[in-house]
Write a protein that binds this ligand. Structure first.
Ligand code: BDR
Ligand code: CA
Length: 310
């Protein structure tokens, strides 16, 4: 069983990833930390709570995480996920009590209670990790692994060389990759291969169950955005990858290597630098396993099964 605390910024693909995780028998969600990212914190916090409530899982607690990057100001991609993070949808408000604790205290308590078994899943900027680490430097003893959607070995989607989550706060990402906790990284190189075609997305929507209808409402605009930017009318399921890996690792192939983050380059700001294909390796123990391949058709079938089960 994977005991996970999920840091996320819903976010359309974050929302779908959460729906998958709720249906995975090998995943126990110990809590959710809502972070700024795809939208401001107030929106991602409300979205996380309301989505859980919509799917009758108010038992999972949502805490507030980071409001902005460690240095710099947040920049929200209103054109991808809509200004409120969920395609401008208005969904019924959760009636769960609002957690007063912030997520850093909540994660630390869970990590100590689980005695080294807690894993972090990071689906947004890395700031939640940095703030946790700055408040509780000994957290590194209690976190088993970190699974992160972020970075890119080749190219980028937020700049020619950087991926959105890392570009949002490279200083925090640098702390995460240098923390000595083993990182399982799902960069754009694999998440851009983890897509649904337009027809496949329609198959999910046509199930016409609660998840299918919600996914239909969430995705009315995002594929046109991707068509403009990638030339393909696909739904790229970036944030699904780490959670799907936990339930079915055989879908992905990864490589042990060392990854570092460029936090001040002019053209490479937010770039993840990996020594996998270079003659010269970074010194010391390899800090990451980087996933580069996915069995795409099986990935889609896996997701379709999970969404159909609602
Ligand atoms: C990442 O950026 C966000 O817009 C998505 O939710 C995902 O976490 C992909 O680069
Ligand atoms: Ca995200």
């Amino acid at each position: 069983m994977h005991h996970v605390f999920i840091s996320m910024d819903p976010g359309i693909d974050d929302a779908l990833a959460l729906l998958i995780a709720l249906k995975c028998k090998n995943i126990k969600i110990e809590g959710i930390s809502a972070s700024y990212g795809n939208a401001p914190l107030e929106d991602t916090f409300r979205n996380s709570r309301d989505i859980l409530s919509m799917f009758d899982r108010e038992d999972i607690k949502v805490y507030k995480g980071a409001k902005k990057p460690l240095v710099d100001q947040p920049r929200f991609p209103g054109d991808v996920h809509g200004k409120n993070g969920i395609n401008e949808l208005q969904i019924p408000s959760s009636k769960a009590p609002v957690e007063k604790k912030d997520s850093f205290d909540a994660i630390y308590s869970a990590a100590k209670r689980l005695k080294g078994e807690l894993e972090l899943v990071m689906l947004g900027p890395s700031t939640d990790f940095a703030l946790l680490y700055l408040r509780y430097p000994d957290i590194t003893k209690y976190i088993k692994k970190i699974y992160i959607m972020g970075g890119a070995l080749l190219g980028g989607n937020r700049s020619p060389q950087a991926e959105f989550n890392i570009f949002a706060d490279p200083v925090s990402s640098e702390m995460l990759f240098d923390s000595n906790i083993k990182i399982y990284m799902f960069p754009l190189d694999v998440t851009m291969s983890s897509f649904f075609t337009e027809e496949e997305l329609q198959e999910i929507i046509k199930t016409d169950n609660k998840a299918g209808r919600f996914i239909g409402d969430l995705t009315t605009n995002i594929m046109d955005f991707y068509l403009t930017h990638t030339g393909k009318k696909y739904f790229y399921f970036h944030d699904g990858c780490p959670l799907i890996y936990l339930e079915n690792p055989s879908l992905f192939k990864g490589y042990n290597c060392t990854v570092k983050v460029e936090s001040y380059g002019k053209l490479t700001y937010g770039k993840t630098i990996c020594d996998l294909d270079s003659d010269i390796k970074f010194a010391g123990k390899k800090n990451a396993k980087v996933f580069l391949q996915v069995k795409r058709e099986e990935f889609f079938s896996f997701c379709k099964d999970k969404f159909s089960s609602y």
